[in-house]
Design a binder for this molecule. Sequence first.
Ligand SMILES: [Zn+2]
Length: 89
Amino acid sequence: MQISRDETRPDGLRVLEGLVLATEVSLLLDGDGRMLRGRCSCSYHFLGGLRRGPCRHLQALRDSANTAAPKPFERPAPGTPPSVSRECH
Ligand SMILES: [Zn+2]
């Protein structure tokens, strides 16, 4: 697993690219970690795309991205007062 690109675009979508099991994959995720678009060079994806569900390469890339950054972005709505910092006691 090798993530070569992981960035959140100005529109809030997350772009991921990487190498999973020697297969090139790229993903576009929304704020909830759902796959909007995916690209993989394996035959499963070539035949069915995302319609049959993401192939294991895409799943692996998404899972690792979600665990690597628990909160991809947390943006308060405009006008919302800054949230009180949560402290554990
Ligand atoms: Zn694949």
